[in-house]
Design a protein around this ligand. Structure first.
Ligand code: F0G
Length: 460
């Protein structure tokens, strides 16, 4: 049954026109883009669900804050506000701004990882994996088995498989595991949440083996909302209380603030209490990102980020936000379109493996569906599957992803119910002709993070 749409807790003050190209124009554009949606110009896209990162709409308060930028090289007042806001929300002593999430990874990873070392995560996001590898180490994913079954309900499909985690630590040796990384929500598994119980249990294992636990905090607020609405004992706790508890179990976090903090650029590193670690982070930040009190951001960016952190943990906003995913998912339920169920926090992940079962992983079903959505209605999405995963860094062979998703990432506070209806209608039309959709092969690819720039051709 079609779900209720929870109304926007805001009204619209400024609009940005969008338009749809003709079908003929779209077919030409996608061919010119080498069948890689990252090559499309944004003005050739009607509804842009490529990412929920940096694509949110800022509030009146945030825009007003932008005018209060203190652009001093050192000791800007926006920096001070950002640090105290983040200290308050996360309960950590040390906060280092950086320009985005991967910058935080670039600063932090080499401190913990090097050749011969491993990072174990419930699932590494692609840039996180890349920075583990760039530091010379190897990344191991350790998500619960429930995540692999996209049809069956499980409240916390993002969880770490703690039994397997212990086995991996024993197998590789605790001294070789540089970091345990808890990604909240678990983006690559479908924006799936991690339970408080699982964070706590993982932290106990990490402590026992003396391995630092780091949170990849990009979607921390959405994760907290799921804990509040799904985990026993948290229904009466505020999002703020839940966030504080989540972070109390880790030693540090990296964060892309372009997601739940609703800014177009920004990132953070948080360190609970290890002053020596903070010194190392500062020493890496200065040459890589900029001086400690701006870390690659303008004063105005830090002001918007400080305000966005607060807006992002507002319960009403989160209810509307997750409500959008639930509404879109309910439209797909009506048409029997398979997706990672229950729907996640920032996106609907269509199960392209199930929708296009005739396309093998090495012909990229997730990417094939993404291309089809553009052809159908000018909708831009992305593959979260074998196309994104890439090749084994040691053998160069195509890896098989456990999932073949096409991700419909919903920007924050940007699209309305009728936009979501249009997306659902496009998917329903594609499902009708699913059997005729063909796979793709790569004609050119770079070594690392290939999905951003690889070129493809349809298989005839
Ligand atoms: N960690 C997670 C879980 C992410 O989803 C991302 C980015 C990053 C780290 C890196 O942050 O982009 O600010 O450098 N995810 C975006 C996405 C790009 O579309 O899912 P960044």
């Amino acid at each position: 049954m079609k779900g209720k749409y929870y109304p926007e807790p805001f009204k619209i003050k400024m609009v940005e026109p969008i338009k749809i190209l003709t079908e003929e124009e779209r077919l030409k554009k996608i061919e010119e883009a080498h069948y890689n949606l990252f090559y499309l110009d944004s003005e050739d896209v009607y509804i842009d669900l490529l990412s929920d990162s940096g694509t949110g709409a800022m509030s009146t308060e945030q825009w007003a804050g932008m005018m209060k930028g203190d652009e001093a090289y050192s000791g800007s007042k926006n920096y001070k506000k950002l640090v105290s806001t983040a200290q308050n929300i996360f309960g950590y002593n040390y906060i280092q701004p950086v320009h985005q999430g991967r910058a935080a990874e670039k600063v932090v990873m080499p401190i913990f990882l090097g050749p011969g070392k491993y990072a174990i995560s419930n699932m590494h996001f692609d840039t996180t994996r890349a920075h583990v590898e760039l530091a010379g180490a190897r990344a191991i994913d350790c998500v619960v088995a429930e995540a692999l079954d996209t049809e069956t309900y499980s409240p916390f499909k993002g969880n770490m498989d703690t039994k397997k985690l212990v086995e991996l630590i024993e197998e590789y040796g605790a001294e070789n595991i540089g970091l345990i990384i808890m990604t909240v929500t678990n983006n690559s598994a479908g924006g799936q949440p991690v339970s408080m119980e699982n964070i706590k249990e993982t932290s106990e294992i990490a402590k026992k083996y003396n391995i630092p636990l780091m949170i990849d905090a990009a979607r921390f607020a959405e994760n907290a909302y799921f804990i509040k609405t799904r985990e026993k004992g948290y229904e009466d706790k505020s999002i703020r209380e839940i966030v504080l508890e989540m972070f109390s179990y880790a030693q540090l976090f990296t964060m892309s603030s372009k997601k739940d903090a609703i800014v177009n650029i920004g990132g953070l590193i948080g360190i609970k209490d290890d002053e020596e670690l903070y010194e190392k982070v500062k020493a890496n930040t200065i040459p890589l990102e900029g001086f400690v009190s701006y870390g690659g951001l303008a004063g105005r960016d830090m002001e918007a980020l400080a305000i966005g952190l607060e807006e992002g943990i507002d319960y009403n906003y989160l209810k509307y936000r997750i409500g959008q995913m639930e509404y879109l998912a309910s439209r797909l339920d009506e048409a029997n379109i398979p997706y990672q169920y229950p729907v996640g926090g920032h996106a609907v992940f269509i199960d392209a493996k199930k929708l296009l079962p005739h396309i093998p992983y090495y012909e990229f079903p997730g990417q094939a569906l993404a291309i089809e959505l553009y052809k159908e209605a000018g909708i831009r999405t992305c593959d979260i599957g074998s196309f994104m995963l890439g090749n084994d860094p040691d053998t160069g062979k195509q890896l098989e992803s456990p999932f073949e998703f096409t991700r419909l990432a919903i920007p924050r506070r940007v699209y309305t119910q009728s936009h979501l209806d249009l997306v659902a209608d496009a998917l329903i039309a594609i499902k009708e002709r699913a059997e005729s959709i063909k796979g793709y092969r790569i004609t050119w690819e770079p070594k690392i993070l290939r999905h951003f720039t690889a070129k493809l051709k349809p298989i005839e």
